[in-house]
Design a protein around this ligand. Sequence first.
Ligand code: ZN
Length: 306
Amino acid sequence: MRKVQRRDQLKTSVTITRLLYICPLCRVPLTADSDALHCSSCGARYPVEDGIADFSGGAYYDHFTGPESLGEEHRVGLAGEVEGSRWRIERFYAPRLARGSSVLDVGCGNGVSVDVLHELGFDACGIDLSSLRKWQWREREHRDRLAVASALELPFPEAAFDVVLSSGVIEHIGVEEFGGATYSVRPLVNRDALRDTFAAELLRVTKPGGKVYIDCPNGAFPIDFWHGAVAGNARWHSWKEGFLPSFRDVKRHVGNVTEIRRLPARDRFAFKQVGRHWYGKAFRAPMAWWLRFARGTPYLVVEITR
Ligand SMILES: [Zn+2]
């Protein structure tokens, strides 16, 4: 009996999500059949597997070929993300949001945020453009609320959400990153135009008077604890690198809105990833202190009222 009920609920939720999606290219409603969504305007077919709609057209930002391709360190890193994902919602964002708000998480990574938001009574959706994440999402309870899509072309109509969250995404837009033994990054010539488009997309799907939260490592702070050859690495960066935005940069990309302000970044992190390394342990206490008291903080949280 319970199981039947659960399946019915899932079915209803799948239907609602499918109705919510629009063609990210033409911005028109889609029609659904058993395993895909179709756009009558451009003829695109967007596959739906396991409840997960895929608007990427195969253009993922990563090249995940299957679980066997994951190394041990990568697996440990992915497992270690879960606690941080819960923390981000439970400790930082959920207490700020009005009860029952509809929430979109742009760049939701492992998708845990969407399950946690549902647990807390929010109506949540999430997108990411990763084939690895799509594979991970099969374990998510609310995977029918997760879609593979670009943050620059969201598959949602205007004013669809009360709140839009985007954590650690904006800095990766409009840049080319090089991994390996050392980490380096180079801005593309159209970086600012792409970041403008990103901000405009987040605002487009937010209701008038609704909130957009953009958070990322602070470009005005000389140490980056979040990007390196190894997760949890710390690196110095110059302001000329053109990677991490400052509050001024975010403001410029967002343009004209009702209100835009910085929030204190304390309580934003559990510091678990960074704490795995000796330098992380060494930095942990001062960084927690910094986030709590100092004005120039290593992490930026921007709250925008549309
Ligand atoms: Zn279309």
